[in-house]
Design a protein around this ligand. Sequence first.
Ligand SMILES: [Zn+2]
Length: 558
Amino acid sequence: MIRTLLVSATASLGLMACAHTVTAPDDASPINTENMSETARVLSSDEFLGRAPGTEGETKTVAYLIERFTDLGLEPGGRDGKWTDPVTLKHSLITDVRTLNVSQSGAVIPMEQARDIEISSPNPSATIKVENAPVVFVGFGASAPERDWDDFGDIDLTGKVALFLVNDPDFGVAEDDPISGLFGGRRMTYYGRWAYKFEEAARRGAVAALVIHETKAAGYGWNVAASSPGENYAVAGTGAKKAPVDLQGWLHEDMAKKWIAEAGYDLDALRIAARKRDFQAFTLGDLRFNADLGLSVETVESQNVLGKITGTTRPDETIMLSGHWDAYGVGEPDAEGRTVRPGANDDALGLAGIMEIARNLKAGPAPERTVVFAAWTGEESGLLGSEAYAQNPVYPLDKTVANFTLDILQTAGPAHDVIQVGEGQSELEEMMAAAAAKQGRTISPEGLPENGLFYRADHFSLARRGVPVLLIMGIAGGSDLVDGGREAGDAWVADYIGNRYHNQYDAWDPNWDLRGAAQDVELFLDMTRDLANSETWPELKASSEFKGLRDASAAARE
Ligand SMILES: [Zn+2]
């Protein structure tokens, strides 16, 4: 039923010259599901070794992506006419904990890594020493001028440890609380993410940033928070304006209570105080943090892969489509002895979708604006390939019209709806609703807005610098499937997250029903085509945390 609405777009399908094209009979969509399946099958096959950055799996993956981009007729999209853009990653592990404690007037509270605290270094060296650093309780640590909220006042964090509450100030407050809804209510805002908190601490000169773990507000238990104690991946110095903190991580709630009690306060009372507008960060008594740590540090050379179609009349204005090529590599054998974590849905299928968009665009008239196709590295280690790009972009971000990211596509068949991740960010949301309506589909909100998915995929590296973005992620919520409704959509998500996510079972399956994934890909194709042939600059909404940033570069777009 939905498929019959798409007939107009099929006329050019038979003309494709790409070597990988298979024309699917009886398929009214411009997105060829057999092509998508084949791309995902190759990328998730054993010889790609789970596509871990810096391994032989990367060499094979990058070669395959370049071959496909070439076959599709794209131009190299990296610097100096290259297909690839180098990304240097730093991997570090705390291997030797010589000292780790807090003290207050002579009383020492020792801590054990992974049990009481989970710290790692995004700014690693062989030894990290922090001696007698004062501890500042910063509440939720939000500096949000668009919400007229500032937890910091004029406190100086230089050389100190910043101690944060998890999530954002209105999480879990009563409906009649004066700040209810100010930070998105149940939906997490950027201020709730640990990534924001660590960076805010770094901007203010702190040596360490710790977030007090609470299961409900974090969205996961301590076992998850402390699952890789002491390990960190970061982008190696590429022009970030401010060096990160030396140490960052989680403080167990029980340990946080001890610290705070030792300093003469009560954690529950501080939580209440931090939810008030007049809260100001303050130093916790004479509490001092001490650490003497030995680390192993290794450098991993990796690369993003970039292709493009140059715009005919406004080549300096770009629309970007992206996915990530990396997956989880080789791990411990499962019950059947399999070690490769193939990342078939995540995100071989996303890349397959990007290639179908490229194929369709190349089949039509050249766009007026430039369309860039990016396959990022290091997503699973912390959005690192996209972050490296955003720190040092090939195409200026203030003239990047939009980024569309595909990360994990559902394989359970056509759907009546598309799940929107994040809300109140940009005018792309209304554009997506209009494009979905053309498909006979509607927009549904994400399933667990408190998990802050909007802040947890590659599009966010661009979003946080003011670029309007959309993410389609098959696990953002159960779709209303044509066959089986919401219940079947929820069941697919539950099976994927429970049994396949990031493990050996995220494997290619010849029985996938990719018609729903194709609908989602077609949505981005449609929006890309519209934007690439218009003079529209979608704007950020007043409720976006990043509107100020985008507005600051408005002159570049006039
Ligand atoms: Zn992914």
